[in-house]
Design a protein. Structure first.
Length: 308
């Protein structure tokens, strides 16, 4: 049974590069990354509502009131994570930002497991867990070092506050999974939990969009370009649904560290393939041996974490 959750966690991570590419393509079409993120989250919420209704699970929505109010705020992590990418990538670079996101996810997942926080079953870290954590950290560093910067990119002065904030924003994703898992134990309907999470995320992102529009008059979304986007540009929402649902289902079974680790591994495998073959309309770029080594070390660390 554990093997099934390992596989779906890995596959859910494989979908994250597609989600990022879809959001970027949609953001270009509407001339606003904030509007694109809001639109993707809204589409995911509508699809989830249709799925819940078709499955006859609408009565389970009434049981959401039995959960603690703060447990229902897990969806804000999705909005926070999207905003963090929009804010930090232009400031510290995509490679560094993604590396910090991954580091934050890895550290938080180990903390959730080790301390049994937010309802996660406590799993005392053994020697393989520490070895795996060290390999994950080493793999992340190699991936960041092995990612070649864009030609002619100017050097960046990276502030410590940005580094800490980016790692924190990555760390909220495992917390979201733990909160959603707690709600699932109360509600007993996974799709209803995902619906509530994405409804909260959509509301949070809509508030962010409203603030951006109020503070920046140049940020004016346009809908004219939506007709010309490729079909896969609309898959950001569904990929997000797969990721969020998989994480809170797998987390109680295989642990936070293993769940997050396998999603990270899947993400890196597809990211490397995307660069090598120019998938999702992105330009082809050579994949360095250092980056490949980092991905292998990271995967070895994830497997080590799952060892008894």
């Amino acid at each position: 049974m554990n093997t099934i959750y390992i596989v779906i966690a890995f596959l859910a991570g494989c979908g994250l590069p597609l989600q990022a590419a879809a959001n970027a393509r949609l953001g270009k079409a509407v001339a606003s990354p904030f509007a694109a993120a809001t639109l993707q989250l809204f589409v995911a919420t509508v699809l989830l509502f249709i799925a819940v209704a078709a499955g006859g699970a609408l009565p389970a929505l009434g049981r959401l009131g039995q959960a603690h109010w703060w447990q229902l705020l897990g969806g804000l992590a999705s909005a926070m994570f999207v905003v963090a990418g929009i804010v930090f990538i232009p400031r510290i670079g995509a490679v560094t930002t993604i590396g910090l996101f991954i580091a934050g996810q890895a550290f938080t997942s180990l903390l959730l497991d080790g301390a049994g926080l937010l309802g996660v079953v406590q799993r005392a870290p053994g020697p393989f867990t520490w070895l795996g954590a060290a390999c994950v950290a080493a793999g992340i560093l190699l991936i960041v070092r092995g990612q070649r910067p864009a030609a002619g990119a100017p050097p960046r002065r990276i502030k410590l506050a940005w580094v800490a904030a980016a790692a924190l924003c990555g760390g909220v994703l495992p917390m979201q999974g733990a909160l959603n898992a707690a709600v699932a134990r109360t509600v007993g309907a996974p799709l209803v939990v995902s619906l509530a999470s994405f409804a909260v995320a959509t509301a949070g992102m809509a508030i962010v969009l409203a603030l951006v529009l109020a503070l920046n008059r140049n940020e004016r979304p346009t809908l004219g370009g939506l007709c010309a986007v490729p079909w896969w540009a609309w898959l950001g929402g569904p990929m997000g649904v797969c990721y969020v649902t998989t994480v809170f289902l797998a987390l109680p079974v295989i642990g936070a560290a293993a769940t997050v680790g396998f999603t990270i591994a899947g993400q890196q495998v597809v990211a490397i393939l995307t660069d090598r073959f120019g998938l999702f309309g992105l330009p082809k770029s050579a994949v360095s041996g250092v980056r490949l080594a980092g991905a292998l070390v990271l995967l070895a660390g994830v497997v080590s974490i799952k060892l008894p």
